[in-house]
Design a binder for this molecule. Structure first.
Ligand code: IVH
Length: 703
């Protein structure tokens, strides 16, 4: 037998065949990676296969095929897009304007009527889908190879954006042999929110580095639209786009090997089988009740999705019923888009005000022309701080996009630069407090400017009265903005105890204050004198001490004097109190005027039941900080945390010099390294159990 020649150069036929094999393999792995999110090989191996194919194609450019994965990286820039006439028009869907559940019921009732169904007839079967907020796209496959991708355009004619669409990893360039020879898949090109954030971050860095002509995008939809309409596909290739399939256009008829589908749901499942991403939320829904349930469930989980949707879509499931229902003008009767209340709206910036908070923090706030968004009327949106305001470059007179998603506070997400009026000036933070004129300072490493006026600043004083009097603090009913404003502006109250020195005459002499209201305030002040320790501590307005920290302090120390005298070290033993908070509490009580305020409030009769320090301070592991990392053999991380906290220990998230012990299990990573580096004792589960067992009070949870 002749020895095979190991060093022979493969002949052309073998090389061409190798290229073919590589394309199939890369195609398979791209589907695993981009669509199924379940890669079978490491990225480096994918890259190796890719480079092998690339080098073959460089030697033989004449072998490059349209479906080659190497074509995903973009090609020569175009002068313009060619137009494409859609073989089957790309329709739009009617939008149900009623965003309530009744919108779904109306649609179902209308269809039952059109189909002549009576009350006793079975419910209509629908497919309920998400309404993606991106761009409609038609993908044409001939002989199972992607040959054209076209935008919707006016529905009849769109633009040929094939080069850009090829760069989307989720879109198959070649279909399996089970797919028909002619197939158009319709769906939505979109950008995930995390991809959008990362893209904008890269854009910001380019801008910061002085790149010309770069910009950030206002939302994922705009970023996706910009990428799809890029004439230079190498740029499009760097914009991370995704795709969901939701229908078909032209398809080979059954006699030419085309699929035979009875229902829309079946159609979607087939597309999924051919490698197209189909949203996992797609459901078959029965009648109006099924649609309403879907609408509600998606509405409540909307903010958790990794991409934007603006509603849901209902489609009649049976394709024969779809045909029977037909179309009105450009819209099918068998489908409807049921929108959610919009989360973004356009409005104009009337002014940018700088507000002064209780701790002196200066916050730029955009005053907006009132706009209904996310279910409420919005007139203000915080710009947070100088850096944020500059980054967004919001100017007075600008047209801006305001977003309110879920219960999140409304924000300006971006400016429409084309609508900027000439001469609009960039925002600058004032160098002085707009209220009291004290210097506004921004400390090294801080993002916020602060008014340095302290309680000299009437804005800070007003806020501190309101903070003290709020319901969750010492609660003085009826002491609201207007009243505080008058009392402070007239110089009647300067410090908190002054509130309790107010006489009926003071109050009754104020503008628009009826005798009855004056008496109500007097009564409310009297009533507020009996409070609780946590409310009182919270009401003092110590920086970084919110309601829950106030509760923890009260529980730990039992009485106010103990809190006031505690050292930073002692404060650090309280659950949730870290170094910044401990420092802030200490600083507060070190100021003589703060101690005086407390004494005077007590002298005025403000009081609360005091108690003993909670058991926590005397628990066996009180004052000890633990960090838990890795997987323990039997106990879950939460169980360990509960056990440690029950023994009085604090469980922290990261290892520092202040960590007393690290509890480490299997696959502990950087936290364990850090512990070893700092010489922090490390316990395994057995040692932890031992430690807890030495302190019977805490070990009751161990079975
Ligand atoms: S079906 C014949 N399904 O909404 C029905 N459209 O006006 C054709 N859209 O621009 C469309 N999600 O891009 C359909 N699950 C979905 C959709 C969806 C988003 C978009 C589509 C089109 C618009 C319909």
């Amino acid at each position: 037998m002749p020895t095979p020649d190991l060093f022979s150069v493969p002949d052309d036929a073998a090389l061409q065949q190798r290229a073919q094999v590589l394309r199939r393999e890369l195609q398979h792995h791209a589907h695993r990676y981009y669509v199924l999110d379940a890669p079978e090989i490491p990225d480096a191996e994918y890259d190796r296969l890719f480079q092998e194919l690339q080098s073959i194609e460089v030697q033989h450019p004449e072998w490059v095929t349209a479906d080659s994965p190497t074509q995903r990286v973009g090609g020569a820039p175009l002068a313009q897009f060619a137009s494409v006439r859609h073989a089957v028009p790309m329709l739009s869907i009617r939008t149900e304007t009623d965003t309530q559940a009744s919108g779904a019921a109306n649609f179902d009732a209308r269809l039952r009527n059109q189909l002549g169904l009576g009350e006793t007839d079975a419910p209509i079967e629908y497919v309920a889908e998400l309404k993606f907020d991106g761009l409609a796209m038609s993908l044409r496959y001939e002989d199972r190879v992607l040959v054209q991708a076209a935008t919707r355009g006016d529905g009849e004619t769109g633009e040929d954006v094939t080069q850009n669409i090829r760069t989307i990893g989720q879109i198959p360039l070649r279909l399996p042999d089970s797919a028909p020879a002619l197939l158009e898949v319709r769906g939505e090109v979109y950008m995930r929110r995390d991809d959008f954030e990362a893209l904008n971050e890269r854009q910001r860095q380019k801008i910061a580095a002085g790149a010309k002509g770069e910009k950030t995008f206002v939302n994922p939809r705009n970023a996706a639209a910009g990428a799809v309409r890029q004439l230079d596909s190498t740029i499009a290739a760097q914009r991370p786009l995704s795709f969901f399939a939701y229908g078909v256009g032209e398809v080979a008829p059954p006699e030419q090997g085309g699929p035979v589908w009875q229902t829309h749901f079946e159609l979607l499942q087939t597309l999924k089988g051919w490698g197209f991403p189909v949203a996992e939320q797609v459901r078959v829904a029965l009648g109006a009740a099924g649609l309403i349930a879907f609408h509600e469930s998606i509405a409540s989980s909307r903010d958790k999705l990794p991409y934007d949707i603006d509603g849901v879509v209902y489609k009649v499931n049976r394709l024969d019923l779809q045909r029977q229902l037909g179309f009105v003008t450009r819209e099918p009767r068998w489908a409807v888009a049921h929108k959610f209340p919009a989360q973004e709206q356009l409005t104009t910036v009337l002014d940018i005000e700088v507000q002064v908070g209780r701790t002196g923090k200066l916050t730029p706030v955009a005053k907006l022309s009132p706009v209904f968004v996310g279910g409420v009327t919005v007139t203000n949106a915080t710009l947070h701080n100088e850096d944020e305001a500059r980054r967004k470059d919001v100017r007075i007179g600008d047209t801006v996009i305001v977003r309110r998603a879920g219960d999140v506070i409304p924000e300006v997400v971006g400016v429409l630069p084309d609508k900027r009026i000439e001469g609009a000036q960039p925002f600058t933070m004032p160098s002085h407090c707009p209220v009291c004129g004290s210097a506004a300072v921004r400390e090294e490493g801080e993002v916020d400017h602060r008014c340095s006026g302290g309680l000299f600043c009437s804005a800070q004083r007003k806020q501190s009265f309101l903070h003290f009097a709020q319901r969750r603090a010492v609660e003085v009913e009826g002491l609201g903005d207007k009243l505080v404003e008058q009392l402070v502006d007239a110089g009647i109250v300067k410090t908190l105890p002054d509130l309790y020195r107010l006489g009926f005459v003071h109050l009754a002499s104020l503008d628009r204050m009826a005798e009855k209201s004056a008496q109500n305030i007097m009564d409310a002040l009297e009533k507020s004198k009996l409070t609780t320790l946590p409310r009182f501590i919270f009401g003092l307005g110590i920086r970084h001490v919110g309601e829950s920290t106030a509760k923890a302090l009260a529980a730990h120390f039992g009485n106010l004097d103990a809190v006031m005298q505690a050292t930073e070290e002692q404060l650090l033993q309280v659950a949730d109190v870290g170094p910044v908070v401990a420092r802030s509490i200490r600083t507060f009580f070190d100021q003589p005027h703060n101690r005086e305020v407390v004494e005077q409030l007590r002298a005025c009769g403000v009081h609360w039941p005091e108690g003993q320090p909670s058991a926590a301070a005397s628990l066996p592991l009180a004052g000890k900080t633990f960090v838990v990392t890795g997987t323990l053999p039997t106990l879950s991380r939460d169980q360990v945390k509960d056990l440690l906290e029950a023994a009085g220990a604090k469980v922290a998230g990261s290892v520092s010099k202040k960590t007393h012990y690290v509890v480490a299990g299997a696959e502990a990573g950087s936290k364990l390294d850090k512990a070893l580096e700092l010489g922090v004792p490390v316990l395994d589960e057995a040692a932890l159990v031992q430690l807890l067992a030495n302190h019977p009070s805490a070990s009751s949870g161990l079975g």
